[in-house]
Design a protein around this ligand. Structure first.
Ligand code: AVJ
Ligand code: FE
Length: 433
């Protein structure tokens, strides 16, 4: 075994432990009553997410990679996301909090043992480069972000805290011109990229303008004040129908306070921060704002070109700033702060063309439906991506303040229904050149 393989093994173990610390924080911040409660019909009880994370780790690392005996085969059905809708999970005979904690710890012991013996340098594609372990790290981080969204929907006094994000020394506004021509979208070389990011392929993207920053709370409030929610001209037919049926008047968690707005963030109600990106808007709201502003949402290919294309070399980078994994000065990720940062707060993370904060802060809605790239092959299971392909889901890019750095990159694709806004979703605008 090479030194490199042993370094990878250590790195994987460290990622598993670091990720579990976050899961523990999110599930120990509240009492057992809160853990088993349903805080919103859109979300699972937190105790379901916890045991589901353990169950996926058991299925893939303990049973599949390790070839070991099941720890708890009897509970597979309860924690299969396709068997029960989120709103129905509270009524299932779930493991209680103590049982769930014991279960995930037992599975983790075995998974670390499997890691210690796995051939990361050769053999099965599932195990090569530690992919299965990376997939499970990312899966747990994805559920950590989901649990963070559940925390945001929970009522009652605050239980989470974090320092405020940095303020920009130079505010960022305006737009840049991204030159037309081909660029490489997706990846065939990123070791832990998931199936829907593959394979790398050339896409010709005509020249377009894209905003250097995400739309801010103040800009979005101007849309509201201009009567944007009452003017069907700005909304698609489906968007207007949804705006009417759901009675949308402002982003989720906003309330009117005289002539202005306050927002409730993890149990604290404060005036909206004018210069921070708007968050908790659905696709239809984002598209309506863009149309009102005389712009549009970027396509997924435009977003990725803005985030990855280096005009000096013609190469696509892993991240806007280059190929190195995110550092805290480059992006607001990983729940380091409990809110998105104002534009200009992470100048180290800007793209070569000067587009800021594409990674972190808020997930950005694109105008694209979720589809497989040319040559897509499901791996290692159809239910991660393929079953969601089609016109029903819109792609979001870039990650939020609640996304871990191991679970996002320039190629990473998230998706959700266009009506959803419990996620940490915002947007930036684009327009034709
Ligand atoms: C990629 C965020 C859409 O949460 O539904 C978690 C990630 N897949 N468990 C989701 C996921 C299976 C997924 N998203
Ligand atoms: Fe899951």
């Amino acid at each position: 075994m090479t030194i490199e393989t042993e370094r990878l093994r250590d790195r994987v173990a460290a990622e598993l432990l670091r990720t579990r610390d976050r899961t523990t924080l999110l599930t120990e911040a509240v009492d057992d009553g809160d853990l088993v409660a349903q805080h919103s019909p859109l979300m699972s009880p937190l105790v379901w997410d916890l045991a589901h994370v353990g169950n996926q780790e058991e299925l893939w690392l303990v049973r599949d990679v390790g070839g070991r005996e099941p720890v708890r085969q009897d509970i597979d059905e309860l924690y299969d996301a396709f068997q029960h809708a989120r709103r129905d999970r509270v009524a299932l005979p779930l493991l209680n909090p103590a049982e769930a904690r014991r279960y995930v710890a037992q599975v983790r012991d075995k998974a670390l043992d499997v890691l210690g013996r796995a051939r990361l340098d050769q053999g099965r594609r599932l195990v090569a480069d530690g992919f299965a372990f990376g997939m499970i790290v990312q899966h747990e981080q994805q559920h950590d972000e989901t649990m963070l969204a559940t925390h945001q929907l929970r009522s009652g006094p605050p239980v989470l805290s974090a320092s405020p994000p940095p303020a920009p020394s130079t505010p960022v506004t305006g737009e840049v011109l991204v030159p037309g021509g081909p660029f490489t979208m997706g990846t065939s070389t990123e070791a832990w990229a998931l199936d829907n990011e593959r394979p790398a392929h050339q896409v010709v993207v005509p020249a377009f303008h894209i905003d250097r920053a995400a739309v801010t709370n103040a800009q979005y409030a101007a849309f509201i004040d201009a009567g944007g929610y009452d003017d069907p001209r700005w909304w698609s037919t489906a968007g207007w129908d949804h705006r009417q049926a759901a009675g949308l008047v402002a982003p989720a968690h906003w309330q009117r306070d005289g002539s202005s707005f306050v927002a409730t963030t993890f149990g604290r109600t404060e005036p909206i921060a004018a210069d921070e990106p708007v968050v908790h808007v659905c696709y239809y709201e984002a598209a309506a704002y863009a149309k009102w502003a005389g712009k549009r949402l970027p396509t997924e290919a435009e977003w990725e070109k803005a985030a990855r294309f280096d005009p000096a070399t013609g190469r696509s980078r892993r991240f806007p700033w280059g190929d190195a994994s995110p550092s805290p000065s480059q992006a607001n990720l990983g729940q380091q702060h409990l809110r998105p940062a104002a534009a200009g707060a992470f100048p180290d993370g800007a793209s070569p063309l000067g587009v800021h904060q594409l990674i972190g802060d808020v997930w950005e809605w694109t105008s694209s439906d979720f589809h497989g790239y040319p040559g897509f092959a499901p791996f290692p299971y159809r239910e991660y991506s393929e079953v969601f392909f089609g016109p029903g889901y819109k792609v979001l890019r870039g990650g939020s303040f609640g996304t871990d750095g191991s679970a996002v990159r320039g190629t990473f694709r998230n998706w959700d229904y266009p009506i959803r806004r419990q996620i940490f979703s915002g947007f930036r605008c684009a327009r034709d050149a």
